[in-house]
Design a protein around this ligand. Structure first.
Ligand SMILES: Cc1cc2nc3c(=O)[nH]c(=O)nc-3n(C[C@H](O)[C@H](O)[C@H](O)COP(=O)(O)OP(=O)(O)OC[C@H]3O[C@@H](n4cnc5c(N)ncnc54)[C@H](O)[C@@H]3O)c2cc1C
Length: 379
């Protein structure tokens, strides 16, 4: 699966967007306002539940964020030394720094509500089909095999040259699929919300998204089936080298999301970006065993989180976060893509790319969607 949103812990987390600190406060507040309007309203089930977030940081690194001033989240700094936790592997010490109220998005419910909302707008046509030629490893390999030596690609040992050729073949296949699809849709403006898949539209310099600012960061989570209680908290442990020291547990309506990792990736065509590697899985299990308090440990243990039990299938998922480092999410006109598509379709088409939510796509999507509407003259 090459979609990032099903892997998300999906709590309100403005820490991880790539946006500048100056913009972060404003963006955080706008999105918080959006989630606050439905708080506690049984008439509007938008799939958002408010929970307390308890945040632990590695000693000495914590800075109080600008958004902590918002009354909505009832931010409470906690005295140093409370709930001191030692990471036995790295020797780093974590302490609980703050707790606050924040929205947790129940992904499936929220997405269904949001898509239905969009469908009610007569000017908007949603294209959720998958003209996406690299759905799984098999098709990934087939695309590479088209131009590289079939043996090397199939064995997963393609050389850099073969990988580049594979990427080019994939980009061509991606574009062809979109041309076929657009022939069926009479639209004049196209917004690509394709996350890391945007890579295959050969966007970049010519479209004012500087290549150097585009970064992909892989994240791994386990979804553990259980029934969290209404009072259960989101627990977040951060600081130090993120890939090896961070952990979070997010109670969702159908279980817990236990994450996570942040590994920068090249998004190399041949890379194992969408696989859960044994070391990533082991790291999450180990950190969960080290940090998590009772009764969270027991609940996860009862669901078979640390065991290989035949009756329990822990659902491990991967996402690759699309960052625009130092910029944050943007909606930009993509003139080079438009020119290529217009030529092949023989009609006018404006194309925009809505990209760069990094690790905060659920947090910021409301506000960034408003920017899309504005760019399209729909607001
Ligand atoms: C482990 C992890 C935890 C996270 N936790 C949180 C969190 O707690 N809170 C938060 O706010 N955010 C979180 N995020 C970040 C959030 O998931 C992302 O910011 C968000 O998913 C990005 O949305 P997107 O629409 O840009 O990309 P995606 O979610 O990847 O969606 C892109 C869509 O486009 C489709 N697509 C791609 N290429 C093509 C193509 N060529 N043609 C057609 N369709 C295509 C894909 O199939 C997919 O459906 C987390 C991410 C990860 C990896």
């Amino acid at each position: 699966m090459t979609q990032t949103y099903p892997a998300a812990g999906a709590f309100w987390t403005p820490f991880s967007s790539g946006v500048t600190p100056a913009e972060e406060k404003d963006l955080s507040y706008q999105t918080l306002k959006f989630y606050t309007q439905w708080r506690g309203s049984p008439r509007h089930d938008v799939g958002v539940v408010w929970r307390t977030v308890e945040q632990y940081w590695v000693q000495g690194q914590f800075q109080r964020p600008a958004w902590s001033a918002f009354a909505e989240i009832n931010y409470q700094p906690l005295p140093h030394g409370d709930d001191f936790i030692e990471n036995k592997t790295t020797g780093l010490s974590y302490r609980c720094e703050c707790c606050y109220q924040a929205p947790v998005i129940q992904v499936a419910r929220f997405r269904a509500w949001y898509l239905a909302l969009l469908q009610q707008r007569p000017q908007v046509e949603l294209i959720t089909a998958w003209p996406y030629p690299f759905l799984n490893v098999a098709s990934h390999e087939t695309a590479a095999a088209g131009t590289a030596t079939a043996g090397a690609a199939t064995a997963g040992t393609a050389t850099a040259g073969a990988a580049t050729a594979g990427a080019a073949a994939a980009a061509t296949a991606c574009e062809q699929a979109w041309v076929d699809l657009l022939r069926q849709h009479d639209i004049s403006q196209l917004v690509l919300c394709t996350g890391t898949g945007t890579h295959y539209f050969r966007l970049y310099d010519q479209d004012k998204l500087e290549q150097t600012k585009i970064q992909f960061r892989k994240g791994v989570v386990a979804r553990v089936a259980a029934q969290p209680g209404p009072e259960e908290r989101v627990l977040v442990y951060e600081g130090g080298p993120f890939a090896t020291n961070s952990l979070y547990v997010v109670p969702q309506d159908d279980g817990y999301v236990v994450g996570g990792t942040v590994h920068p990736t090249e998004f190399d065509y041949a890379a194992r970006d969408w696989e859960v590697l044994p070391a990533e899985r082991a790291g999450i299990l180990e950190r969960a065993a080290t940090y998590l308090p009772e009764p969270c440990q027991s609940k996860l243990a009862a669901a078979g989180f640390w065991e290989h039990r035949a009756d329990v299938a822990i659902d491990w998922r991967v996402g690759v976060r699309p960052y625009l480092e130092g910029l944050g999410p943007r909606v930009v006109p993509a003139e080079s893509i438009a020119a290529r598509l217009e030529k092949r379709l023989a009609r006018k088409l404006s194309v925009y790319v809505h990209f760069g939510h990094g690790g905060s796509g659920f947090t910021f999507c409301q506000d960034t969607a408003a920017h899309v509407a504005q760019a399209l003259g729909l607001s």
